[in-house]
Structure formats: C-alpha cells, structure tokens
Design a protein around this ligand. Structure first.
Ligand code: NAP
Length: 469
C-alpha cells in the first residue's frame, strides 16, 4: 500500500516540478510556479518519509528540523544576495549527494560488497564526484559573491591551469573506474576516499580562475552539476523521483547557463573549462568626445513632452534600490499621457531576471516590461531613452568593436532614440570595464548622481515640489 502511495506521489511531485518550471517562464505565473515547486517538494519528502524502511528512523525529524533552522533565515536574504544564497543551496545539495554516495559505498562494503554491482558503483562514483565538486565549487562561489576577505575576488590564473584542473578530474575518474570494477579489493576504500579528496579539490580549482562578477553563470552550471549528482543518487537509491527531479534540475541549470552565455556572447566551452572572467580593459579608441550634463529641470521637461519614453534599467538601479522611484516616475509620466515602456535586457544586473524581479517588487505592470528583441524595433520612434544605471547592455561597441569583451553581445538600441538621458554616478565603466560611447553621443545628456536620488529629484520636479537634490 505504502509502495503504491509512494509511486502515485512520485508522479504527482514530478508533474508539479514540471509545471513549476513552466510557470516560472513568465512573471505573471512565476508565483504559482514557486508554490507548485514547494508543494511538489512537500509531497516528495512526505512520500519518502512514509516508506517502511525510513519511517522507523525517528531521528530523521532532527535532520528536518536542522534543515528548517538553516533554511528559513536563508530565505530572508535581500534580493541582491540571492545569487550567493542559491550557490549555498547548491553546496548543501552537492554535499548531501556526496555523503549519501559515500554512505552507500561503505554500507555495501561492510556487507561484503555483494550489492556493489558495476552499474551501482558507476552511479555511486558519478554521484560522489559531482556531489563533492559541487559542494566546494559552490562554497567558493558563495565566498566570492559575498566578497569574503580570504577568498580572492580577482580571477587567479597560472600557466598550465587547465592541464592541472583536467588532470585532477581525469585521475579522479580513472580511480573511479578502478573502484567500480573492483569495489571490494583491499585498496578500494582508500581509492574511494582519494576520489572524494580529488573531487573536493577540483571544485576549488574550477572556481578560482573565475572573477566574482561572473559567478552567476557559474552558479547556474553548478546547479546543473548538483542536478546530475541527484540523478546518480536516484539510481543508487533506486528512487525514480530523485532521477526525474535531478534531471529537471540538471537540464534547467544547463539551459539557463546556455541562455546567459548567449546573452553575454561567451562561448559555452570557455565557461565549462572555467577559463573566463579575466576581463581586459579596452583601449580608448577614437577622438575623445565631451560628456554633456542636463539639469533635472531640463530632463523633466524632456520627459514630460515625450510621447514614448523607454526606461532601460541596469545594475545601477539594483545598487541604488531605485525601483520604487522608477515607479513614481512611471506614474507621473503615464498620468500625463506619456507612453512608458521598460526595456529588459536578459543579462542586465547580475543575475537572470534581476530587473524583472526589482520592477515587479515596485508593482510596475508586467505589460510595461518589454524584452530586448521586441523593444529594439520601437527605439527609433522613442523620444527619450532613460538609462537608469545600465552600461554594458546599451554599449554600441558590442555591434562592431571586434576586440571588445562585449563584442557580439546583443544590446538595447538606446543610441537610436531621439534623445538619451543617462543616470550614473561617475564616468567609470560598467562590469566589462570598457568605455561607452553612448554617453558622449550628440543626443545624450548625463544626469550624474545616485539613481534613487536623481529619480527622486525628477519626480519632485514633475510634481512641482521643491528641495531638489
Ligand atoms: P553594468 O555594465 O555593470 O553597469 C552598471 C552601471 O551602473 C555602472 O556604469 C555604474 O556607473 C552604474 N551605477 C552603479 N551604482 C549606481 C548607483 N547607485 N546609481 C546610479 N548608477 C549606478 O550593468 P548592466 O548594463 O546592467 O550590464 C550587466 C553586466 O553584467 C553585463 O556586462 C553582463 O554581461 C554582466 N553579467 C550579468 C549577469 C546576469 O545574469 N544578469 C551575470 C553575469 C554578468 P557608476 O559607477 O558611474 O555609477
């Protein structure tokens, strides 16, 4: 009976996971997607728990309580810390898979090794290599993103790095093959522990050549490694739900990393070998043009008189937490009959969906959010493009500068608007470390300052208030 319930629960949970991913594709249904995922996980854990071989281990309650104690505060981190929080979750997932694989091997060994078939051993070896490398790799990624002092933020590179990294992995896999073929030999347990050590080391080596700001892409790759280790764990434990959930996790992580790579025009093989993140500062080319500044009064007037305003948010809006001021500006302009759209670049900010989440937090209607491909055809008709802390995603050099680190990255065509107003604090470059000619183009006017403060001033100007920043 419990077996039938478990089978049914596995089907229900799998369906919920699939719908959860599907609904998360659209901001309108994303909340439903999260709820479906949570319910799916509750069904999965509940159904596993009622299994006769597990239910008598009452102490499992302690593990669940410990999970809650760690998990609930983790869910409360600010939005800007979500990438490192996600990396930490992957670390726990990887560790769990690695420990389960280790336990299964030593239990099997203690029982004489009859259960350790070549297939089962292959799954265990895959599980521990992927699990343990995900554990240390994700911890390193968390440390880099959290800017932990003793973990270098800069990419650490040395000659022959890829050879060393691949060498470590090859040795681990070769030992894995030996252990899978001879699981109960006198030396096997030591070889097994050596694989664990090498996988832990490989996770660290994989991450150190990558710069802190490139971590979101790496996290999504580690997500897929964690998923694959869960698939292997599913085979080891003969748990179909783990196999399907792990496969969904692994493939969605992989798809997300491919989307991010494409949106940044990075090669996927480059990412897989961990040899990216060393952004070279681009040389300043051509004549030096002057930066022109606009006053808040002048900018407010331009915005008021426009028919179509396209707001292009970027990382600076997240840093300044300016989304609520953006909303106030949106209200002021739409009240005056101005059409206001938001241009959403897939890699604006520092994590996928960063801008969507911030704008949704400020209750900006989803219908006003327009994806890059769609908005670009509107840009020549746009009266004012208001750039709020975006830089690389509006840099025209991506179209033609072959030596630029962002060459080939699709951009939002802000430069094609009739007038460009750009808010940033200084003349410093953005994430890719290169100058942006958009800011010195003839029809661009800068509004220097913190995005929240400048937008606050603009709103006050439009509402006729005083006390400008
Ligand atoms: P960006 O190129 O990093 O530029 C952000 C701009 O915001 C900077 O020029 C900065 O100039 C300005 N800024 C920072 N704080 C500000 C504040 N408080 N007020 C006003 N302005 C502020 O950002 P982006 O255009 O959004 O491009 C994202 C970049 O991140 C891309 O290169 C992308 O490839 C990369 N990336 C994205 C992801 C992702 O998943 N989204 C993942 C990895 C990498 P000042 O310092 O002068 O103010």
């Amino acid at each position: 009976m419990t077996h039938a319930i478990a089978q049914l629960a596995a089907v229900v949970a799998t369906a919920l996971f699939i719908f959860s991913l599907y609904w998360m594709n659209d901001p309108k249904t994303a909340r439903r997607g999260v709820t479906a995922g949570v319910i799916g996980m509750l069904v999965a854990v509940g159904a596993t728990w009622v299994q006769p071989e597990i239910v008598h281990h009452g102490w499992i309650v302690l593990a669940i309580v410990a999970g809650f104690i760690v998990g609930v505060p983790l869910s409360r981190v600010p939005l800007t810390a979500v990438p490192q929080r996600t990396a930490l979750s992957h670390a726990f997932g990887g560790l769990a898979a690695g420990l389960v694989g280790t336990a299964e091997y030593f239990l099997g060994l203690g029982a004489g090794g009859a259960d350790l078939s070549a297939f089962r051993m292959s799954a265990i070896v895959a599980e521990i290599i992927l699990g343990f490398l995900t554990f240390t790799g994700s911890l390193m990624a968390t440390g880099k993103l959290q800017e932990v002092r003793w973990i270098p933020q800069r990419p650490v590179t040395y000659p022959g790095q890829n050879v060393v990294n691949i060498g470590v992995l090859v040795i681990a896999v070769a030992l894995g093959v030996l252990v899978a073929v001879h699981p109960a030999a006198a030396w096997s347990a030591r070889a097994f522990l050596a694989i664990v050590g090498l996988a832990l080391l490989f996770g660290v080596l994989l991450i150190i050549p990558i710069g802190g700001a490139d971590m979101p892409t790496v996290i999504s790759i580690l997500n897929s490694y964690a998923g694959l280790s869960a698939v292997a764990m599913g085979f080891v434990l003969d748990n179909k739900l783990l196999v399907t959930a792990g496969a969904l996790d692994g493939s969605s992580g992989l798809i997300l990393s491919i989307i991010m790579c494409r949106a940044m025009n990075r090669s996927f093989t480059n990412v897989l070998f961990g040899a990216f993140g060393t952004v070279k500062a681009a040389a300043v080319t051509g004549e030096q043009k002057a930066w022109k500044e606009e006053t808040v009064e002048g900018a407010a007037q331009l915005l008021e008189q426009a028919r179509l305003v396209v707001i292009i948010p970027g990382y600076g809006m997240a840093v300044a937490q300016a989304q609520h001021k953006v909303r106030e500006l949106y209200d002021q302009l739409t009240k005056r009959g101005v059409t206001v759209k938001f241009a959403i670049h897939p890699v604006a900010g520092r994590m996928p969906g960063h801008m969507n989440v911030l704008l949704a937090e400020a209750d900006i209607p989803y219908t006003a959010l327009v994806e890059m491909d769609e908005i670009n055809s509107d840009m020549p008709q746009c009266d004012v493009a208001l750039v709020v802390g975006a830089n690389d995603v509006v840099n025209p050099a991506a179209r033609y500068a072959k030596d630029s680190p962002i060459y080939g990255m699709p951009i939002i065509d802000a430069d094609k608007a009739r007038t460009v107003l750009a808010i940033k604090r200084s003349k410093k470059p953005g994430f890719a470390g290169i100058d942006n000619e958009l800011y010195v183009q003839d029809n661009t006017w800068m509004l220097f300052g913190d995005a929240k403060a400048v937008l606050g001033d603009l709103v006050r100007q439009l509402t006729g208030g005083s006390g400008l920043h």
